[in-house]
Ligand binder design. Structure first.
Ligand code: C2E
Ligand code: CA
Ligand code: CA
Length: 435
């Protein structure tokens, strides 16, 4: 796990369990800390909340690696902590977010925010590179009697979004009129951060068919979010949000663990494919996390396939290849997802250990184009020569199924062979008619 930070001016550790120094807190825990602070403030005392989000933090992770990103967050946290006054609190949220609770609010909150920005901007050396960060800060001041911590954090969050929209590296004071639209995004993100704990997430399983056997041989786990007021929120809405905020880490872990736990209870052992996003794959300790999930759920490693987007792996570095090899050594299979949407250099594939290529549905929809068909035949020929499976994605109608089978794809996945379902067990005994 991540280690906490310690300010040299070591203050006594807070005793409220959730507020462990430096630990990353889910929003709900942060909310409790703000609630406690609101209760504790004197009747006529005001408080100010500063929501801090680093600008372009993702590019640090991408350029220098996630270990460097973690180090940056730890140093930034320690520096922010030192900049606080007595009685102020720093809470670290998921991703690159921090909250500062100023219990004796500064007369000029924006001046205080500028001080925080200066702290963030102090250069540091990471993996041999000097890095200076910027941040966007949303500020909300409370008045006596304010008790709604959740609303307070949302307002600070919505103001932070406006600071970003207005050009980053600045602060913005919350203004209801200006932040109304942002508030809705903040709320959605807050809901998303709590969704796995609230039982609002579940998985559906979409079968894929072996085109020689014409039988379902595996399923892909797909996340679903059932929101209490919005209804079903589609992955294309919430996955990008989860990725941009870092929430994909807890959510992705939940999906992996839940898929393995559910599939471990099925009476048969099909392949279980789980999507892994870039941030998850490059997170330090990813392989250890996989080990832990397999040990905990008893799901066999050699029935697990990890679907990783091709573009994630295209960074041709020894660590990526080493990590793939470590996973493969455990019996885990690797599928290159969304193949063809990035820059698919066929030569590069040879250096990248993998068991399957999943050809994006845009290709399947374009099979009648002779150039596309020729490219696909070349990909299939090379894959088959290396014992690699090739799945056609988005096979929607029987005609396409016959077509991809004739072309030599090894597997097909799409509405033609089965939509995602919560209970796939019955599918494993069916045999499809070979049209
Ligand atoms: P994907 O990995 O490419 O997953 C396939 C998507 O295509 C699924 O959408 C599936 O429902 C849809 N699909 C299946 N058959 C057909 C078809 O015949 N035609 C068409 N047009 N679409 C078809 P879904 O479930 O909405 O998921 C969207 C994306 O969200 C996934 O794309 C994947 O990138 C991401 N995702 C889903 N679950 C997870 C997860 O647990 N972790 C991560 N990191 N990403 C996930
Ligand atoms: Ca950020
Ligand atoms: Ca996938």
């Amino acid at each position: 796990g991540r280690r906490g930070w310690h300010s040299p001016r070591a203050a006594p550790a807070p005793t409220d369990g959730a507020a462990v120094r430096g630990a990353i807190l889910p929003r709900i825990a942060a909310q409790r800390i703000v609630e406690a602070a609101l209760r504790a403030q004197s009747e006529n005392g005001d408080m100010a909340v500063f929501m801090i989000d680093l600008d372009r933090f993702r590019s640090v992770n991408e350029a220098l690696g996630m270990a460097a990103g973690d180090a940056l967050l730890a140093v930034t946290g320690a520096r922010l902590e030192r900049a606080l006054d007595r009685g102020d609190r720093l809470v670290r949220l998921e991703g690159d977010r921090f909250v500062v609770l100023a219990s004796h609010p500064p007369d000029d909150p924006e001046a205080f925010a500028r001080r925080l920005l200066e702290v963030v901007a102090q250069p540091l050396v990471l993996a041999g590179h000097t890095v200076a960060m910027q941040a966007s800060i949303g500020v909300v001041a409370t008045t006596a009697g304010e008790r709604n911590a959740a609303a307070l954090l949302l307002r600070a969050d919505s103001a932070m979004r406006r600071a970003k929209a207005e050009g980053r590296n600045r602060s913005a004071l919350h203004e209801p009129r200006l932040d109304a639209a942002n508030l809705e995004k903040s709320q959605l993100e807050l809901d998303l951060s709590n969704a796995p704990h609230n039982g609002q997430m579940h998985l559906t399983y979409q079968p894929f068919v072996d085109l020689d056997l014409m039988r379902v041989t595996g399923v892909e786990a797909l996340l679903r979010w059932r929101h209490p007021t919005r209804g079903e929120v589609q992955p294309k809405t919430f996955i990008p949000l989860a990725e941009s905020t870092g929430l994909i880490l807890p959510i992705g872990t939940w999906a992996l663990r839940t898929a393995c736990a559910e599939a471990a209870r099925w009476p048969v052992r099909p392949l279980l494919a789980v999507n892994i996003s870039a941030l998850q794959f490059h997170q330090p300790g990813f392989t250890a996390q996989i080990d832990a999930v397999l040990a905990e759920t008893g799901f066999p490693a050699d029935c697990l396939e990890l679907e990783i987007t091709e573009t994630v792996l295209m960074r041709d570095n020894p660590e990526t290849i080493g990590q793939l090899e470590a996973l493969i050594a455990r019996g885990i299979r690797i599928a290159l997802d969304d193949f063809g949407t990035g820059y698919s250099a066929l030569a590069y594939l040879a250096r990248l250990p993998h068991h399957r290529i999943k050809l994006d549905k845009s290709f399947v929809q374009d099979l009648t184009n002779p150039a596309t068909a020729e490219l696909i035949r070349a990909i299939i020929a090379q894959a088959r020569a290396n014992g690699v499976c090739v799945t056609a994605e988005g096979v929607e109608v029987p005609d396409q199924l016959a077509q991809v089978r004739a072309m030599g794809f090894t597997h097909a996945q799409g509405y033609a062979t089965g939509a995602p379902t919560a209970d796939p067990v019955a599918l494993f005994s069916e045999r499809l008619a070979a049209s």
